[in-house]
Design a protein around this ligand. Structure first.
Ligand code: HEM
Length: 420
């Protein structure tokens, strides 16, 4: 069956391989999600080729339940589809924040929450503003057409690396390694097979965090995030080097696979809806609602995974204990049952119950930092840039875990006030 509901491109429903990254990069997933939400809200996908079948959940209500209810759906065996795609066992169960369930989860989360507190973020704001201005001014100075994809990756890298205390000379390589981890079969990032690419990226990233961990002392009185990990105690004793490395890794990945897509989406939306952004420029009170809507629209994390703890009934389907369940955030964020006119980009939307940061115990730990950074970036963009124009073909990162841009040719026109 072919779905061709306007305004979407046609999608063949019978054979979507949701683990095929290229399918995600080349398809308008919204057509498929609209069909699934309405007709098969809890659907069992069988990717074949020896890979495990998994449940696909697309309605807002069900996505929220899967993410919220850790007694029904566990994070312990891994939360990203890579585990299924590559047929690899999870290596981080109970040792990495994202791959724990409460109460174990709280042992990692509570000390790390302090490292991302509003006071810590407020201290970073001056430096985030400088980074944002530099990113935008560089694009303006380059003149004519400028590919914004890499700068949109390097800005979040700088923001997250500063709060983690990672040295600037490592940022460029760290950014490449992050892309290899999540877009392992995209030819722009892969270095051989998918398995080999992920193995090499993890090896280098783990080495990196091992060195960083060794540079910190447990007695540091004003620790950065890696220093917080260095000083952390679990019920069994101090956090081991292996646990610290895994948690440094997940924080770096968390920040750097998501924020670039939110920024990229911000640029494309500004190009598409100049009049809406003019209203946001003139009325700063609209900036918070505008950013929430950019996040809903972007849904940088496409899908998350859990494993059923016991048999669970969902929309008339029985999910058996031990089966993988995937919650599609991008689909939930366009659910008409929750969002009025879900395909309208509405900078005044309020309330906006998007799930771009997840929900429940694993709600994004970096959400405060992400929102502050995006707000500062939007302020600077509206201050410095009059118009954004898409000046060539946009290319998407091939990944079934996150959305992203790998090529984004833009023409930015400076505001008169910005030309000094
Ligand atoms: C626009 C930006 C961001 C988006 C859309 C986003 C999205 C998400 C989502 C959907 C989750 C839930 C995962 C789950 O339920 O399994 C999550 C968790 C997480 N995020 Fe973010 N994130 C963003 C920024 C950041 C930043 C800046 C950091 C770090 C500095 C970060 C680090 C993490 C970590 C470590 C977790 C796991 C939390 C836990 O398991 O308790 N994220 N994020």
């Amino acid at each position: 069956m072919i779905i061709s509901t306007p305004p979407f491109c046609p999608v063949r429903f019978q054979d979507p391989d949701l683990l095929d990254s290229a399918f995600h990069a080349s398809t308008d997933m919204h057509a498929l999600w609209a069909h699934l939400r309405d007709n098969r809200p809890v659907y069992r996908a069988d990717p074949g080729r020896g890979r495990e079948p998994f449940w696909v959940v697309t309605r807002h209500e069900d996505v929220s339940r899967v993410l919220r209810s850790h007694t029904e759906f566990s994070s312990r065996r891994g939360t990203i589809l890579c585990v299924l795609d590559l047929n690899t066992p999870d290596i981080a169960t109970d040792d990495m924040l994202a791959d724990t369930d409460p109460p174990r989860h709280r042992e990692f989360r509570e000390p790390l929450n302090k490292a991302f507190s509003p006071a810590v973020i407020a201290r970073q704001e001056g430096s985030i503003r400088k980074l944002a201005r530099r990113t935008i001014l560089t694009a303006l100075e380059a003149g004519d057409v400028y590919d914004m994809a890499k700068p949109a990756r390097m800005f979040p890298m700088a923001v997250s690396a500063e709060i983690m205390g990672l040295p600037p000379e490592s940022w460029e390589r760290l950014s490449e390694l992050v892309m290899m981890t999540i877009a392992y079969d995209d030819p722009s990032y892969s270095v051989g097979s998918a398995q080999a690419t992920v193995r090499q990226a993890r090896h280098e990233l783990f080495e990196h965090f091992r060195d960083e961990f060794a540079r910190r002392s447990r007695d540091d009185t004003d620790p950065d995030v890696i220093g917080v990990l260095r000083a952390m105690d679990l019920t069994e004793g101090p956090l081991s080097e292996r646990q610290a490395v895994l948690n440094g890794f997940v924080l770096l990945i968390g920040a750097n696979v998501t924020m670039p897509h939110a920024l990229g989406t911000l640029f494309t939306l500004m190009a598409q809806y100049p009049e809406k952004f003019q209203a946001v420029r003139e009325n700063p009170d609209l900036r918070p609602t505008c950013l929430q809507e950019v996040l809903r629209w972007a849904s940088p994390v496409t899908a998350l995974m859990r494993y059923a703890v016991r048999d669970v009934e969902l929309q008339g389907q029985t999910i058996r204990a031990g089966e993988p369940v995937t919650a599609w955030l991008g689909a939930a964020n366009r659910d008409k049952r929750v969002f009025k006119d879900p395909y309208t980009f509405d900078v005044t939307r309020n309330p906006n119950r998007h799930v771009a940061f997840g929900v429940g115990p694993h709600y994004c730990i970096g959400a405060g930092l992400a929102k502050a950074s995006l707000k500062i970036f939007l302020d600077e963009l509206l201050d410095l840039v009059e118009t954004v124009e898409i000046a060539g073909d946009i290319e998407h990162v091939a990944s079934h875990f996150v959305s992203g841009y790998k090529r984004m040719p833009l023409r930015l026109t400076p505001r008169k006030a910005a030309v000094r």
